[in-house]
Design a protein around this ligand. Structure first.
Ligand SMILES: NC(=O)c1ccc[n+]([C@@H]2O[C@H](COP(=O)([O-])OP(=O)(O)OC[C@H]3O[C@@H](n4cnc5c(N)ncnc54)[C@H](OP(=O)(O)O)[C@@H]3O)[C@@H](O)[C@H]2O)c1
Length: 318
């Protein structure tokens, strides 16, 4: 992009690993020419026009006075929306990487099929050396609701439909999803999906209107024996209410990749609940090899004033 001097990009992720920064630097250098990914905490970052970040320390981006563009290192941007000091000036773009939708749909399918085929029951039996069958459940008897039908949710819904499930998708605005997926939006349809589906998959962005969406009332609306999967964000769930619904025997269980507090604290009651499967926020991890094209394109566009793709609507929060 700029043969005269290195492109300097302020960089932060919350992994504490420097190899990721170097991996991004290599990927972006291949696409933009010489690039320096400057750790966001360094004083040299203060002069950067571009930032590539994941959960940056609150208040730090506001100190970068020449910032033109903030790129989220993942598809979610709640980490940026939560920092009220992030200035309005710079555009915010997020990654929309088919590799991420692919990975997240694998994780959902793995866990939906484990539920369908009574994985937990057979694992527990194997520990007791019990060789006993349960009647096999049928996909057509387990309607699924996918809450959040964006870049990731639509892929999940299409792949589950291809496996023979009866799938409904829930979005904010009225949308028409490809057959055979049923389309739903709005509060009334939310309650209807809670009441009619057996498996509930959340892949929503975290915004004020999705915070605490899955609370005691939502779990009470679900059928007895329903199963809940969350790959969105932990704060979309009132965790104590989920635990109560499971311990009361109303829900069959849950599979969670995201939590209100991460890492999930050792004393958290979820660790003690066998009906909850815990994953450490790994359903889909950002892959610089596949995502770097978009980051490079966003930086080139911001440098020339060209239109940006995957721009975040700050008023909507996603
Ligand atoms: N666990 C992981 O490893 C992992 C990895 C990547 C992403 N994620 C999570 O997945 C989320 C979704 O990513 P994405 O790229 O698919 O997002 P996206 O393309 O922006 O899609 C968001 C979807 O959610 C819907 N939505 C937003 N607010 C809503 C509301 N109040 N009521 C109903 N529907 C609402 C949107 O409706 P409209 O279609 O009407 O706009 C859209 O269908 C991310 O924000 C992140 O939290 C998790």
């Amino acid at each position: 992009m700029n043969a005269a001097r290195d492109v300097k990009i302020a960089y932060f992720d919350n992994s504490g690993r420097d190899d990721k920064r170097r991996w991004w630097q290599d990927c972006l250098t291949k696409r933009l020419g010489p690039c320096q990914l400057v750790p966001l905490e360094d004083s040299a970052a203060l002069a950067c026009e571009y930032a590539l970040v994941w959960y940056p320390p609150q208040g730090r981006l506001a100190q970068l006075k020449d910032l033109k563009l903030i790129v989220s290192l993942g598809q979610g941007v709640d980490h940026l929306m939560a920092d009220k000091s992030v200035p309005d000036g710079p555009s915010i773009v997020r990654l929309v990487d088919p590799d991420m939708s692919h990975a997240l749909s694998q994780w959902v399918i793995l866990n939906v099929l484990d539920y369908l085929r009574d994985g937990r029951y057979y694992r527990e039996n194997a520990q007791q050396k019990r060789f006993e069958a349960r009647d096999q459940r049928q996909t057509k008897n387990l309607p699924i609701a996918v809450y959040g039908m964006g870049a990731i949710g639509l892929v999940i819904a299409q792949r589950l439909a291809a496996l023979g499930f009866d799938v409904s998708g829930w979005s904010r605005s009225a949308r028409h999803f490809p057959e055979p997926i049923k389309s739903a939006h709005g509060k009334a349809r939310f309650d209807a999906l809670l009441a009619s589906c057996e498996i509930h998959i959340c892949i929503l962005p975290l915004t004020p209107s999705t915070t605490d969406l899955f609370d005691a009332a939502a779990f009470a609306h679900m059928k007895k024996g329903a199963y809940f999967i969350n790959g969105g964000r932990g704060k979309q769930v009132v965790e104590a209410d989920l635990l109560t619904a499971i311990r009361a025997g109303h829900l069959d269980g849950a599979c969670l990749d995201v939590f209100a507090e991460e890492p999930l604290p050792p004393q958290h009651p979820f660790w003690q609940e066998p009906a909850i499967t815990i994953w450490p926020h790994v359903a889909a991890q950002t892959n610089p090899d596949t995502a770097a094209d978009q980051v490079a394109a966003a930086i080139s566009a911001a440098a020339t004033g060209a239109p940006l793709s995957n721009l975040v609507d700050k008023s909507r929060g996603y």
